[in-house]
Design a protein around this ligand. Structure first.
Ligand SMILES: Nc1ncnc2c1ncn2[C@@H]1O[C@H](COP(=O)(O)OP(=O)(O)OP(=O)(O)O)[C@@H](O)[C@H]1O
Ligand SMILES: [Mg+2]
Length: 270
């Protein structure tokens, strides 16, 4: 029903944790389900992190899709993560992850889009030029590019986002913190909206990765900012499904670093 992809372009900004936190806080709606799909061609982390079996998971789902399955069968390929989020676990080995996605990426995408009353949150990891997920990304409802707001991460990520050929209402940033560049400044420099800013909090990040689910952690700035991002994305999905959102076109080429640097009023970016 809706497919929301989380991606990165350079570095390891926090894509997986952001996608997981958004999926965990996705607004629940009667009759709608959500599932997290770990589809990083460079290899997943969930099986190792939570000592889960690789099967059932992406490998068994991909084989089943190639063989032809009904949408309800997705749950046969899912496992529960600490905290209760239902996830399709990806292979941790990059060669296996890449080959399963190369063999099934397009079909997997089509199949996920046909799931009824289900919001699918996909961690596609870093987008290489030959990523097996380029087709899936090009037909996603929304692509969220996760980046730390530094020129080194933003500039290549902006170029990649523009190259996907999606509408401006379908793409945006999730920034990890606002240093050195704030959300308004980033939007202005690249002409791409910021869906949300996730709190830069390594302690909370580490605790969440350990499977922490306590009240204090749920009230942490990181969890609350992920919840706000989930809310924004869920609303955007609804808007997109009801009406074509008209927004100014994305620039053909995003701003170059020199322009971006020149657009900064001060060093702290605020
Ligand atoms: N909001 C955050 N605040 C502080 N640290 C974070 C945050 N999100 C993630 N991190 C930390 O950043 C590192 C990378 O996180 P994560 O694995 O989620 O990133 P990634 O972009 O998926 O990386 P990869 O490219 O390896 O898939 C981890 O050490 C994690 O604890
Ligand atoms: Mg990751």
């Amino acid at each position: 029903m809706s497919v929301i992809c989380f991606a990165s372009q350079k570095g390891s900004p926090g894509t997986t944790l952001t996608a997981l936190s958004v999926a965990a806080t996705w607004p629940s709606e009667e009759g709608r389900r959500r599932v997290f799909v770990e589809a990083d061609p460079f290899g997943g982390v969930l099986a190792l992190r939570y000592q889960l079996s690789l099967e059932p998971g992406l490998v068994t789902l991909a084989a089943a899709i190639r063989g032809g399955i009904t949408s309800d069968e997705i749950w046969n390929h899912a496992q529960e993560l600490p905290g209760g989020l239902v996830a399709i676990i990806g292979p941790d080995r990059p060669d296996q992850a890449n080959s399963v996605l190369a063999a099934t990426g397009r079909k997997l995408g089509e199949w996920l889009f046909d799931l009824e009353d289900t919001d699918v949150i996909v961690d596609v990891g870093r987008i290489a030029s030959d990523s097996p997920l380029l087709e899936l990304l090009a037909s996603a409802d929304i692509v969220v590019m996760v980046a730390r707001p530094t020129a080194e991460q933003l500039q290549p990520a902006a170029q990649r986002l523009v190259s996907l050929g999606l509408e401006p209402s379908q793409v945006g940033w999730a920034l990890i913190g606002e240093r050195p560049h704030g959300a308004t400044e980033v939007e202005k420099a690249f002409g791409i909206k910021v869906f949300g800013v996730i709190a830069d909090d390594s302690r909370a990040a580490h605790a969440l990765e350990q499977g922490g689910t306590g009240g204090q952690l749920r009230r942490s700035a990181l969890a609350r900012s992920a919840g706000a991002l989930a809310e924004t994305l869920a609303q955007q999905v609804q808007l997109l499904q009801v009406t074509a959102v008209s927004e100014p076109a994305l620039p053909d080429e995003p701003a170059e670093f020199a322009d971006f640097a020149a657009s900064r009023g001060s060093n702290n970016g605020n």
